[in-house]
Write a protein that binds this ligand. Sequence first.
Ligand code: P6P
Length: 324
Amino acid sequence: MNSLHFKSFENFLLSSAIELELSTVVKDIVSACTDISKVLSCCTIEGLTGAIEQQNSSGETQKQLDVLSNQILKDKLCLNKSVKYIASEEENNVVSASPSGKFAVAFDPLDGSTNIDVNGSVGTIFSILPALKDGSPEASFFQAGNQQLCAGYILYGPATQLVITFGKGTYIFTLQPDANMFMLTENKTSIPKETSEFSVNMANTRYWKREFGNYIQHLLDGSSGPRQKPYNMRWVGAMVADIHRVICRGGVFLYPSDKREKLQTGKLRLVYEASPMALIIENCGGSAFNESTSLLSVVPTSLHQKVPVIAGSTNEVHTCLNYL
Ligand code: P6P
């Protein structure tokens, strides 16, 4: 079936009766990410790979493309009168845009950017919250994930895909580069409740709590162990790519808290990574928890706060939580 049979993202927004101002913000994010996709496709030729001599708010060395992707999104959103605040992994503080704006937008502009130098998959993760009329700029981002109006990611892989939810199902669109349009290729996707595939960085085994280590060991024991079936493992090293696989074919994505000084509450950031991913996953029948609570009910207390993430096929998520 050729792409003419697929509904475009524009038509999807119109037919879903998404509120007009929210639509303009989402379209600006998608437009900026289409520009990022073009930059990534020729970054090696343009000499844009590699790191720069500065760190982001989490103390991670920034890549040139982290900074450039952040700038593309910021420039676009600061021109949108409906955007009041912007939060980004690459910005220490909240950026104030239009004082009369209705929305607060948070994003990780280039998640998994260490994959760039090896032409691996990377992505942009975004979250849209109602901007609060009163309080500090940060206060608009200190809302639980279940207050999000929209969450999504763009996966820059063999195909560039947009995965998005407005709270009524999760939809997958694929970029048709010639037409510069995203076409609906998966309507109301659904994550299988059971899985035989887990996603974790096994190199961190020595840092895990005993209970989490037991959970993983029983997956590795396979048919001869208490789980009584074989498990497979995948780890791309970019949350967007690993979560996308979980959304497409099931699985459980695991980044627990560990004994390392900076990772005692996990590695992934709540506001612009875990919360949007949790809304996306819960809207296609999956589950997303820290090590005890639904991630959508966790209220951020700092902009770059980190959380553990146990997310994906519901039954496997709850089995893992029972170990913890
Ligand atoms: P590790 C990328 O740096 C990231 O924030 C996520 O996208 C990814 O899932 C995780 O960190 C990878 O962490 O410890 O395997 O390098």
